[in-house]
Ligand binder design. Sequence first.
Ligand SMILES: NC(=O)c1ccc[n+]([C@@H]2O[C@H](COP(=O)([O-])OP(=O)(O)OC[C@H]3O[C@@H](n4cnc5c(N)ncnc54)[C@H](O)[C@@H]3O)[C@@H](O)[C@H]2O)c1
Length: 362
Amino acid sequence: MSKTQLRGAVIGYGFISSKGHIPAYLERAKSKGDVKIVAIVDTCEARREVAKKALPEARVYATADELYAAEQGNLDFVDISTPPCDHAKLAHQALDLGLHVLCEKPLTATLDEAKALLEHATRVKRVLFPCHNYKHAPVVKKIREVIASGKIGKVRSLTLSTYRNTHAKGVTEWNTHWRRQFQYSGGGIAMDHGSHSFYLTFDWLGAYPTAVTAKMTNLEPQKYDTEDNFSCVLTFPNGLAHAHLTWTAGVRKVTYTVQGDQGAIRVEDDDIEIAVMKKTDGPDVAQGAVAWDFERSTISWNWMDASHVTWFDSLFTQFATAIEQGEWVGKEAKEAYRCIEIISQSYASAKNECRELKLSGI
Ligand SMILES: NC(=O)c1ccc[n+]([C@@H]2O[C@H](COP(=O)([O-])OP(=O)(O)OC[C@H]3O[C@@H](n4cnc5c(N)ncnc54)[C@H](O)[C@@H]3O)[C@@H](O)[C@H]2O)c1
C-alpha cells in the first residue's frame, strides 16, 4: 500500500459514479492502494440501496449534511457526481470543512458560481478539480502526441462534432430526464457536453478563445426547457474552432478534425487519419505543388460507453498529484471556469441573434 491513502466520499450514486468512478476507485484501491471510498451519499433511497449492495464496506448517507456530521475527520476529499445544479453548494460545504473536491463537469451551472468556487478553494488552500475526462481518452492522447510532434505544423482550425440520437439519461430510480430540465441541469447539450469539446480546443490550439458566437434549438419545447442542438464558433488568437453538439442525430458518433499548416488529423469514432504534406515536383495545381502522405489506424477508445471507466484512473492521478503538490486551483479548474464562460456567453449569443461576445477567462 502507498504511504498516503486518500479517503473519499462520493456524493451522488447515479450513472457516472456507479458505472465510472466507483469501479475505477475499487480497481485503484487494489492496484495502487492510494484511495479508499469510505462513504456514499444519495438523496434517493433506491439508489442508496443499490450503493449498499455495491459497496458493503462504505457508510451510506441520505444527505451531504449527514455525511459531514458523521464523518468529520474521516475524509480527505469528496467526489461530487450529482447533477450540476448542486455542484457549487456541495463543493462550498466540502471546502469549508477542509476537504479537497473532485467534481464532475460542468464544474458549476453558472459563471458566478464558478468564480466564487475558484476563489473559495484558493482561500482555504484545498484542491478543486474538474472531471475533464476526455483529455484521458486514448484517441485524444494520440492527437496531442501528433500535434506535439510538429508533423501537421501549426494548428489553425478545428471542428468537433458530437452526434447523439437522444439526450443522455440519468438513472431510472431518480430523474432520468434531468438534463432536459433547466432547474437541475442549468442548460441542455452545451451545458452537458460542451465542456468536453471546449477544453479539447484549448489543448489542440494551444491557446484560449477570445470570443464566441452561437446558435441553438429546442425541438421539444412543450416537453423540455433546455436546448437539444447547439453550434458555436470560437475565435482564438491563432485560429477558429467550430463545436457542434446534437441530441437529435440519427446516429451516435464523434468526429474531430484538426487542420494544421503542414497537415491534418481526422477522427471518426475509432478511426484516425493523419495527413502530412510533402512537396512534389509536379505542377502548381489548385492545392499547390504538394501531395499528402496518409497514415490510417484504429484506436479503440470506448467512447460509446458513457461511463468512460478506463479514463478515470489517470484523471484521479492528476487530482492526487495536485493535492500532494498543493496546487489548489490549477490549469484544470481555470479551464473549467473558461468552459462555463463559453457556455454562458454562447447562451447569451444564441438569444441575441448570434451576436459575437467576448471571452475574458480568469
Ligand atoms: N465526465 C463524463 O463523461 C460524464 C458522464 C456522465 C455524467 N457526467 C456528469 O456526472 C454528473 C451526474 O450525472 P449522471 O449521469 O451520473 O446522473 P444520474 O441522474 O444518473 O445520477 C445522479 C445521482 O445523484 C443523486 N442526487 C441528486 N441530487 C443529489 C444531491 N443533492 N445529493 C446527493 N445525491 C443527489 C440522484 O439521486 C442520482 O442517483 C453530472 O454532472 C454529469 O454531467 C459526466
